[in-house]
Design a protein around this ligand. Sequence first.
Ligand SMILES: NC(=O)c1ccc[n+]([C@@H]2O[C@H](COP(=O)([O-])OP(=O)(O)OC[C@H]3O[C@@H](n4cnc5c(N)ncnc54)[C@H](OP(=O)(O)O)[C@@H]3O)[C@@H](O)[C@H]2O)c1
Length: 277
Amino acid sequence: MAIQLEGKVAIITGASSGIGAATARAMAKAGIDVVLVARRRDRLEEVAKSIRDLGRRAHIVVGDVSDAPHVKIALDEAERHFGRFDIVFANAGYGMERPVHLMEDTELRAMFEVNFFSSVALLRESAKRLCAAKRSGHLLMCSSCLSKFSMPDFGAYAASKAAQEAICRAMRFELAADHIEVASVHPVTTATEFFEQSAQRSATQGGSVHEHAPKWIVQSPDRVANAIVACLRRPRSEVWTSHIVRFSSALFTAFPWILDSILRREVKRQRRRRAHS
Ligand SMILES: NC(=O)c1ccc[n+]([C@@H]2O[C@H](COP(=O)([O-])OP(=O)(O)OC[C@H]3O[C@@H](n4cnc5c(N)ncnc54)[C@H](OP(=O)(O)O)[C@@H]3O)[C@@H](O)[C@H]2O)c1
């Protein structure tokens, strides 16, 4: 039987744009009240207004998820405003496009701080509070299809996403007896600000989502959001929105030489293109 979502309370990080904002709206449509976390207040306020227009309650928490007190602040705010929380989606994250050997140590650590350590800290503290209150719950982390295979220039990012998946897999079993579901979310290329932000951080040209993937593979954040809400209704271990990419990632794991030969050709093609431009 599907789980009823009406009246539940969710905390979403990275809720000021893209997948986080779309998920907040999809959850509101399903009857969930939301706590929205990110650094850009004006963007959070816009999302909060759209939630209220849908007839649900929204509360914003402005801050950087990599600031240690932030986890406690977000959970305390949810409990103070709504009396509890049931769902936590650790979604805040960013990418960088750079060969691994050219990344600064500080850049690598900063990315892991936001994508990995902050997400783990949030789910860990959420789990502790739910267990202490003997409440069931649903914890999710926004990983990526790149948790299963890596790409040139996205090695560090893919590593942070693989680490997220590994943590979710363990937590799923550790918390099952406490009736706490844990899922990792594996979007494929999604039309958000992600690629512009990534190009800006990496000081590279371009940044349009369509420079990174053929049009047919690019998905809307709403598609990811709807898959997440479907997972809340009928829990599963991993949320995917592309059968082709999911199947390919299994194939690449079993036969890594397939991806190797595709990527070798792609890297050569890109080098030729750069040499001629
Ligand atoms: N787009 C894709 O193709 C794709 C594919 C697979 C996985 N993902 C994952 O999906 C998640 C959401 O990304 P998106 O595609 O929706 O990109 P996005 O539109 O750039 O959203 C990223 C969100 O993370 C927040 N954020 C970043 N750093 C933060 C920090 N230090 N503290 C608090 N919030 C922070 C941003 O808010 P503020 O700037 O306001 O703080 C923003 O709301 C990420 O984890 C990403 O790795 C994306």
